[in-house]
Design a protein around this ligand. Structure first.
Ligand code: 5AD
Ligand code: SF4
Length: 426
């Protein structure tokens, strides 16, 4: 989501005559787009801003700004902490960046704007990816009303609001004309798309409509809350040809007691039910998830239940985190805070189990033929091409000519933890 917000900022700035540079030293304007989902992400912002301080000294005209969730949360306090900042603007004010820049230029004083709007105007900024890009993000909703006890998002991104159905379709059509082959639909909880519109539109309806757009070969979405994963949405994995066989479905914990305290509003059996239905509708679907260890009150038995659930589901990939206390969330007041060393131990144990599962899943693909959409040169060596399977696995293979944007058949010859190696067949 933040990557897409940054694309929209770049688009706005282009409209004001700016061009992008790969080097901070050359820049006249630097905006740090921030995340505060966990404390570690927030701390990175401060160290990055520290690195820009000397640039500012050497080039007094350089404008330095912070936007996103840390800006939203800290507001004026950021200027107190980092007096050389020129701009601080929150998640609902991206669209006003050109105006903020003029204000700083005219007054020489910092601008701080962290107000919330009913509708986030930047939701409609069409940020066309660079010519030749294969994939694009499309925002379909903003904000979140779920208030999971650990999560700061509802406070920093505001209330849930769906974007208009026809605006989304128009954007996807424009992307297809631009040459985009794959869209990733973005929202904090895409499954509840349409609820705030009150006109009968739903996420499954949106998936079916996008599935009809010519040129869009692959549809992905993120993120999906298990409590709102309807049978209708699950059926799309069977019926909508372009919908990739992949879902990111955060479970957070395998313990019902922890899930209840997290305010997730499902039990582990409900989650396993979702997984069973998904696999019935779409055999071979890849499933990834998010898990938090060390949530307040999580006992060793609770943690074991999470490992048990992982054994039952066998995720393809997993993002796992130590619980990090966030200001303003319900869990701040909860008893039973888990010792940091214990959180670390649990995370290491959980990640080593997941590594075994991921490797097993990848090993099973050796010898099979997969469809790969080529995204660009491989990170390892630019002589090789890199693409993804429909199940979202990275494949590197020797590929001559310009294959970017092409869908090719590749036989998998070797499996690693984070990627596969293949040989092109076509
Ligand atoms: N501490 C640790 N992890 C968190 N997440 C969200 N809030 C916190 C927190 N306070 C994780 C959740 C979520 C993912 C995006 O980040 O697992 O799904
Ligand atoms: Fe945060 Fe829960 Fe909303 Fe996801 S659904 S953004 S975890 S409050």
């Amino acid at each position: 989501m933040n990557v897409h917000d940054s694309e929209q900022l770049a688009q706005l700035l282009e409209g004001s005559g700016y061009t992008t540079t790969g080097s901070a030293k050359e820049a006249d304007l630097i905006i740090v787009n921030t995340c505060s989902i966990r404390d570690k992400a927030e701390q990175k912002v401060y160290s990055q801003l520290g690195r820009y301080r000397h640039l500012k000294k050497g080039k007094p005209g350089l404008m330095l700004g912070v936007c996103g969730c840390v800006a939203q949360q800290q507001g004026e306090r950021l200027i107190g902490k980092i007096p050389y900042l020129d701009l601080v603007f929150g998640t609902h004010n991206i669209h006003r960046l050109p105006e903020f820049i003029s204000r700083v230029a005219n007054t020489g004083r910092p601008v701080v704007e962290t107000g919330f709007h009913e509708t986030v105007p930047s939701i409609g900024i069409l940020a066309l990816p660079e010519k030749g890009s294969v994939s694009a993000f499309v925002t379909i909703m903003q904000g979140c009303d779920n208030y999971c006890a650990f999560c700061v998002v509802p406070y920093l991104r505001g209330r849930e609001e769906s974007r208009k159905f026809h605006d989304i379709l128009a954007e996807v059509r424009a992307l297809a004309v631009h040459g985009v082959k794959e869209v990733t639909l973005l929202g904090q909880n895409v499954n509840s798309y349409g609820k705030s519109l009150g006109n009968g539109h739903s996420f499954s309806g949106l998936l079916r409509a996008i599935g009809e757009i010519e040129g869009i070969e692959r549809i992905r979405f993120t993120t999906s809350h298990p409590k709102d994963l309807s049978d209708d949405i699950i059926a799309c994995f069977r019926d909508v040809g372009a919908l990739c066989e992949f879902i990111h479905l955060p479970v957070q914990s395998g313990s019902d007691a922890v899930l209840a305290r997290m305010n997730r509003r499902y039990a582990s059996a409900d989650y396993l039910d979702c997984v069973r239905k998904l696999r019935e509708a779409c055999p071979g679907i890849a499933i990834s998830s998010d898990i938090i260890v060390g949530f307040p009150g999580e006992t060793e038995q609770d943690f074991q239940k999470t490992l048990d659930l992982m054994g039952k589901v066998r995720f393809d990939t997993l993002f796992s985190f130590q619980y990090s206390e966030r200001q303003g969330t319900a869990a701040v007041g909860f008893d039973g805070k888990v010792d940091p060393d214990e959180k670390r131990r649990r995370l290491i144990e959980l990640q080593s189990l997941q590594d075994r599962h991921t490797q097993e899943k990848n090993d099973r693909l050796v010898g099979s033929t997969v469809e790969v959409l080529v995204e660009g040169p491989s990170r390892n060596t630019s002589r090789d091409a890199m693409g993804r399977t429909r199940t979202n696995k990275i494949v590197n293979f020797a590929g001559g000519g310009n294959l970017v944007g092409k869908t090719v058949r590749v036989r998998i010859v070797e499996a690693f933890l984070h990627s596969l190696r293949g040989e092109m067949l076509d």
